[in-house]
Design a protein around this ligand. Structure first.
Ligand SMILES: [Mg+2]
Length: 325
């Protein structure tokens, strides 16, 4: 079987030169890593754990598992308006699941390719790792920077602000439903959305001086909006017909369930933001330059709870993952 240190060195660490170029004063080889945050920046830190058959299917391609584990962690930096710089990975690997060493090495190689490709896309350096044995679990700690005092939070929404989302919704839930129906062509737009989500880091940076509040959508729009409403002490009126549905979602589920997936499905990793109405055009223009849409889906008000959607719009959506593996 594979020796831990061989694994870490060969597949899981960023090259020394990449580390040195990105503020790593002391990289792998010691007991811990020394990092050099830039002056005038706050360090933004978050951790996410992905467990096999809870957060991703066991038969997903290795590179998608690597990509996704990092993407969901980076999404939290995006929500804060941070630029990503470093990450740590704790990989628990079920070595007994592999028939022979070659198969194990191929899987780790594919997994590392997915992880490192996304690292490179977001100028993120893997600065430390731990490998242990057990059910496949990936825990990723991400570290980013934001100029002091301008990070986006969930608590700044004001009555009268509009509510908007980046990209499209429902793709995570739709992709999971499609995977469970046996579709394995991961170029399908819905499987791309589910297995290879793109963290909205550039959008977060572009919005951080405009948005009054922000968070990422990981548990479903209504569930996450409830967190934002609670933190900001506002209510919300939504326009269900305005929801930007993921490509292929209506064809797969029909209009009613597609809307339910957009409201209550999880794993979309888009940004949910609130903005003063006069700032919407500017925010949309900034994101258009990045090739990202920003869609107004409602407005903050003084009422408690959410209006504009009835239980018929979201009740009965079957969750496939999370607490009910
Ligand atoms: Mg989050």
């Amino acid at each position: 079987m594979l020796a831990e240190f061989d694994l870490i060195r060969r597949y899981l660490m960023s090259p020394q030169e990449a580390q040195a170029a990105n503020g790593v004063a002391l990289g792998n080889g010691d007991d811990a890593t020394l990092l050099m945050p830039r002056a005038g920046q706050q360090l933004v830190v978050s951790v996410d754990t992905s467990v096999v058959d809870v957060h991703f299917p066991h038969d997903a391609p290795g590179f998608a598992i690597g990509h996704r584990a990092l993407a969901v962690a980076l999404s939290d930096l995006a929500a804060m308006g941070a630029a990503s710089r470093w990450c740590l990975m704790a990989l628990t690997l079920d070595q007994r699941a592999f028939v022979d060493k070659k198969v194990a090495e191929q899987w780790v190689s594919d997994y590392a390719r997915g992880f490192h490709t996304l690292c490179q896309q977001h100028a993120t350096t893997l600065v430390g790792g731990d490998v242990t044995s057990g059910a496949l679990t990936i825990s990723v700690t991400v570290m980013g920077e934001v100029p002091t005092g301008i990070a986006m939070t969930r608590s700044g929404a004001q009555v009268g602000d509009v509510i908007a989302v980046t990209g499209t919704l429902g793709g995570g839930a739709g992709g999971l439903a499609l995977w469970q129906k046996g579709e394995r062509d991961i170029t399908h737009p819905l499987l791309q959305r589910y297995l290879l989500p793109e963290p909205r880091l550039a959008a977060g940076v572009a919005l951080r001086s405009i948005a009054t509040a922000a968070m990422d959508i990981s548990d479903g729009l209504l569930a996450d909006l409830a967190h934002l409403r609670a933190a900001s002490h506002v209510g919300a009126t939504l326009e269900p017909e305005a929801l930007p549905l993921a490509e292929g979602l209506e064809q797969l589920l029909g209009q009613s369930d597609a809307r339910k997936a957009a409201l209550s499905g999880g794993d979309d990793y888009e940004l949910l933001v609130t903005l003063a109405p006069e700032d919407v055009a500017c925010a949309q223009a900034r994101l258009a330059d990045l090739g990202i849409t920003l869609t107004v889906i409602g407005r903050c008000n003084e009422a408690l709870g959410v209006t504009g959607v009835s239980s018929a719009d979201y009740a009965g959506w079957q969750h496939f993952s999370g607490d009910t593996p």
